[in-house]
Design a protein around this ligand. Sequence first.
Ligand code: ACO
Length: 223
Amino acid sequence: MEYKMIAPEHSEQVMEHLRRNFFADEPLNKAAGLCQNGSSCPALEAHCAEAIQHRMSVMAVDAKEKDTLKIVGVVLNGILKPGDTAKALSKLDCNDDADFRKIFDLLHRHNLKHNLFEHFDVDCMFDVRILSVDSCYRGQGIANELVKRSVAVAKKNGFRLLKADATGIFSQKIFRSHGFEVFSEQPYSKYTDENGKVILPVVAPHIKLQQLYKAICADDQDE
Ligand code: ACO
């Protein structure tokens, strides 16, 4: 396996990977019925494309496939500044994809309520937004390596704080094994509408959203 930085020119191949894997498989996307395996999702693609522009993302490529760039895993990382989440939440009202709104309303509101900027007094964060591995390549440590490399990219670029909204039990375990700590949690059973109906019926073993962070101290940045 080879690991490479993702450049904007890789965007279409990254989207192809995500359409076949993350878009349908990620626990919240699945619960919302956001899209079928292989189909596109313009709202989510715009979210992913924005992250790629920050040039902090990493892909795993199958080195055995010599003639093509066979992307088998990606971690899309972005830079988050104070005010970005509130702006994203206000833009959500204009988004015509109701399933996308259900997911991002939960994520944005949770992040505004549990404000890492205020708590850590930072003016930017390294935001690990999308972690995805091809279903045929799972269980081989690829996600572990992608998160490890993301931490290295964050350190190299001088970030003091990383964050991730981990939506499933396995991604939560992966982030914790790389030194991320839980800042806040939201059980999916308590994300309900005005009639008490669960908005995202996420299937077990995934029961809650975890907002995780990893603080980098000055000594760590020299590593
Ligand atoms: N069952 C049991 N354990 C698992 C599973 C599973 N299905 N998946 C991962 N793990 C455990 C592994 O045992 C391993 O533990 P270890 O380090 O103690 O050995 C650890 O998680 C890491 O395993 P990897 O092999 O590195 O994970 P993998 O490459 O299979 O990718 C991922 C895991 C990214 C969750 C993959 O299943 C996937 O793409 N799922 C769909 C998308 C998704 O849910 N992404 C995360 C959403 S949160 C976010 O994007 C910020």
